[in-house]
Design a binder for this molecule. Structure first.
Ligand code: CO
Length: 133
């Protein structure tokens, strides 16, 4: 078990428009999934052992809508897969690293995740997910 880049999250205005470049390259694009608690629709593009996560807002209040209105479309976050998420989060908190939310959340597929604030990472929103067995 080791760290790896799970995916790169990209904020887009339109999934259909954004995914077509990857389809033209011959990459496989997942069916659209809606994540209610984050107010996004997303597709995953498999790239070798890693993935690109294309994110489209489902509401004006979505963090993705706010990101696009402030900074335009583009790289939104980097996601690392970590072997022991609770231990990693405890270590970061102890060192005063700023997290977006204090507790580990459970995503749509049952995966565990947390976001580290860009203020603590050199300007990149960092998502950490628990390595699945
Ligand atoms: Co993500």
């Amino acid at each position: 078990m080791d760290f790896s880049i799970d995916h790169l999250g990209i904020a887009v205005k339109s999934l259909a428009a954004a995914q077509s470049i990857y389809e033209k390259l011959g990459l496989s694009v997942s069916p659209v999934e809606t994540v209610e608690q984050e107010q996004v629709r997303l597709v995953m593009v498999q790239v070798g052992d890693s993935r690109l996560e294309l994110l489209e807002a489902t509401s004006e209040d979505s963090t993705i809508a706010k990101f696009i209105s402030k900074r335009g479309e583009g790289l939104h976050h980097v996601c690392l897969r970590v072997p022991d998420l609770p231990a990693a989060v405890a270590r970061l908190k102890k060192d005063g690293v700023r997290l977006v939310s204090e507790e580990i959340k459970t995503g749509a597929g049952g995966h565990q995740y947390v976001f580290v604030h860009p203020a603590s990472t050199g300007g990149v929103l960092l998502e950490l997910v628990q390595e699945e067995e």
